[in-house]
Design a protein around this ligand. Sequence first.
Ligand code: GDP
Length: 296
Amino acid sequence: MVLAQLGGSIARALARMKDATVVDDKVLADCLNEISRALLQADVRFETVRDVKAGIKSTVNLDALAAGTDKRRVIHTAVAGELCRMLDPGKPAFTPSKGKPNVVMFVGLQGSGKTTTCTKYADYYRWKGFSPALVCADTFQADAFDQLKQNAAKAKIPFYGSYIESDPMKIAIEGVDKFRKEKCDLIIVDTSGRHKQEAALFEQMLQVSEATKPNLVIFVMDGSIGQAAFDQAQAFKQSASIGSVIITKMDGHAKGGGALSAVAATRSPVIFIGTGEHIPNFEVFDVKPFVSRLLG
Ligand code: GDP
């Protein structure tokens, strides 16, 4: 996947310094140019790349380092620090607590991978010891109910929905009530993603949200839209007081780095990434380990 390539390119730029007999300003400048090129190739926004480069430059002052300091290590640490800063929204994301009736609502445009992601999220927490349940409040797409039901059955997760009810709020309320009574501690509500216009999407999101009072609203976004993720995430952030983002389809597509850094630039916490169509293709997104893995 492209992020592995990005990591490979940055790690190579850092490794090349090892070949230099002396690490001077020229070696540092070459290394920074190579890192900038790798970030731009992964579709990271120009402004972000410029800031990362400037950040590393201002942290590393080769002339001021005491004799004997490992300059390569100083540069490596500065690069890792700036990449973390690039991806860190600076605020912790909500995580469900066991034994409490956590309600988590999923929103996103049609085709973003929302329904698939609901099941992945439920499965992830089931392995952590939670009792998750899925509610299908998408009454618009005819096959949404079947899709979520099949996914839920495959993952052996309790499910609530209706073939005949057309009011998403009614289903959401009924489903949440039912699973609260059954003492499920993670009730996941999948909402309709039919709207291409975000205003209408957020309108319905607010209605279902008022009805179910979720602890967390998760915005699911297709990672293959690259830098355009910035505008979508911005609109989401302005419309919801709470929220995290899951970026899907981070497998294989050339724009994955773009989506990740664009969402991060809105200061929205990315909590997971989807890396394939199947339930286990789901990774926690945690900035520091992600960056260390990226740099190898
Ligand atoms: P929804 O309309 O937003 O509910 O989207 P779906 O969950 O139906 O997903 C749309 C398509 O994207 C389906 O073919 C999924 O299998 C696929 N999909 C979802 N997540 C991922 C992912 O992380 N990687 C890949 N490659 N495909 C995904």
